[in-house]
Design a binder for this molecule. Structure first.
Ligand code: PMP
Length: 447
């Protein structure tokens, strides 16, 4: 609970400084033009009275530009029908656009063939598909599955469930106190019994960018299959599944300007081909008899039932938008904001930032203060219009490892500005001052 009701802090008004060309401490030549915010109608609002919305909860879910919203509306107003079934104009239009979106996804992640792109409802669904289909067919008692200590529950619990079903053993690549993988441990953890290495490309709490290519190289040398949880990297960093060495890679549309309810599982053709169908129903069959069926070709084999048609087409529009701006530029923008946020937040006495320094992290910063609790910090920030996330961020074992129950996370995307980072840092500093135990002075700044 928030212990001081109606506390108000004098804040920088972000909207008044958004169009500044240079902010002290930040290289504005590395930032994207703030004018692109005009594409995002939701960002224009005031919250809690007169506070401009400062949306820093992008690692949970991003906002959508008009270009994506317009495509959703156009599909529903003009082109919508079920796909792959009807021999009529709207079904043909829907099918054409749905398959065109698959091709956009293929190109976006550098896959060889569009049949390697399976539309799912999100990262969680994609990882569970692999655990149930590939896992149940390939994992036996005594086999080993290797994950890391920093995994999101979506890339942990499905493997725990698989080990429960199969009698396999789950092992973890440990992390340093700075939140980086102890790669030296990898060679001893990889054994001839290791069948799968499942790793996040970017941690949703620490921002750590994991050396996936190197992990995949060593995992393949040991004969293991590699699954990459790319929920926090595909939206932010140019991705090429073949260069990464990913056998499977999962991500979510809603974290990259797309709608909810659409995600992608990439799988190497050879693996997907050999895997049994997971969900059974319409669309995933070739022929059905009273007592048996034969599965459809890829990717339909893994898309049972009516898929998220309009969301998939709108994900294609989100990819068009990201391509127009350029992933390299987005990455540079987020990196600059993150570096600046890191510096500004560290000015707050007693504040602890989780994870590695800015040059080795993606665009998010999780932190704790001695007081108050992360939930109270998030609530106080919300009262000032700043949306962040607090809790264990679906990474409970990671928080246990770090010895903390929860953290507060600010995560950036292409529409965030340096002024919004200033607003965050100033507000956090005021929260810290307000909760400083009586009689305790601010620690002197290091010389
Ligand atoms: N993995 C990571 C690293 C994530 O950050 C998230 C979302 N917080 C997920 C998986 C799950 O994504 P979704 O909820 O879209 O399935």
């Amino acid at each position: 609970m928030w212990p001081i009701p109606n506390a108000k802090f004098a804040m920088t008004n972000p909207s008044s400084v958004i169009f500044m060309s240079s902010v002290a401490g930040i290289d504005s030549s590395k930032l994207l033009p703030a004018s692109l915010r005009e594409d995002f109608p939701i960002l224009e609002q005031l919250v809690h009275g007169d506070h401009p919305l400062v949306f820093l909860d992008n690692a949970a879910s991003t906002q959508r530009p008009r270009q994506v919203i317009d495509v959703l509306r156009r599909v529903y107003e003009h082109d919508y029908a079920n796909v792959h079934r009807g021999i009529h104009t709207l079904s043909e239009r829907s099918t054409e656009q749905y398959e065109a979106a698959r091709e956009k996804v293929r190109a976006f992640i550098g896959a060889e063939k569009s049949l390697e792109i399976v539309f799912t409802s999100g990262s969680t669904a994609g990882i569970n598909l692999v655990a149930r289909s590939w896992g149940d067919a390939n994992i036996k008692a005594g086999d080993e599955i290797l994950v890391t200590t920093m995994e999101h529950h979506s890339n942990l619990v499905p493997w725990q469930q698989l080990t429960e079903r199969s009698g396999a053993i789950l092992k973890h690549i440990p992390i340093t106190d700075d939140g980086e993988l102890v790669l030296d441990a990898l060679d001893s953890l990889l054994t001839k019994r290791t069948k799968l290495v499942a790793v996040a490309s970017v941690s949703n709490v620490l921002g750590t960018i994991n050396p996936v290519r190197e992990i995949a190289r060593r995992a393949h040398a040991a004969g293991a299959v590699v699954l990459v949880d790319a929920a926090q990297s595909v939206p932010h960093v140019p991705t090429n599944v073949r260069e990464l060495g990913a056998d499977f890679l999962a991500f979510s549309g809603h974290k990259m300007l797309g709608p909810t309810g659409i995600g992608v599982l990439y799988g190497r053709e050879e693996l997907l081909d050999a895997m049994p169908a997971f969900l059974g129903g319409g669309s995933m069959i070739n022929r059905v008899w009273p007592d048996r069926f034969t599965p459809a070709e890829l990717p339909a084999k893994f898309e049972a039932g009516t898929p998220p048609i309009a969301p998939a087409i709108a994900l294609g529009a989100a990819i068009d938008y990201l391509n127009l701006i350029g992933l390299e530029k987005i990455q540079q923008h987020e990196h600059e904001l993150c570096r600046y946020a890191y510096e500004r937040l560290l000015e707050v006495d007693g504040l602890r930032i989780l994870g590695p320094p800015p040059d080795r992290r993606a665009g998010l910063v999780s932190f704790t203060l001695p007081e108050p609790h992360p939930h109270d910090i998030a609530q106080l920030l919300d009262e000032e219009g700043i949306a962040v996330r607090a809790g264990h961020h679906c990474a409970w074992p990671l928080h246990d490892r770090l010895g903390i129950p929860a953290s507060t996370r600010a995560s950036f995307y292409l529409y965030n500005t340096a002024a919004e980072v200033d607003a965050l840092a100033e507000c956090v500093a005021k929260i810290r001052d307000r909760f400083r135990p009586r009689g305790r002075k601010r620690a002197p700044k290091p010389a």
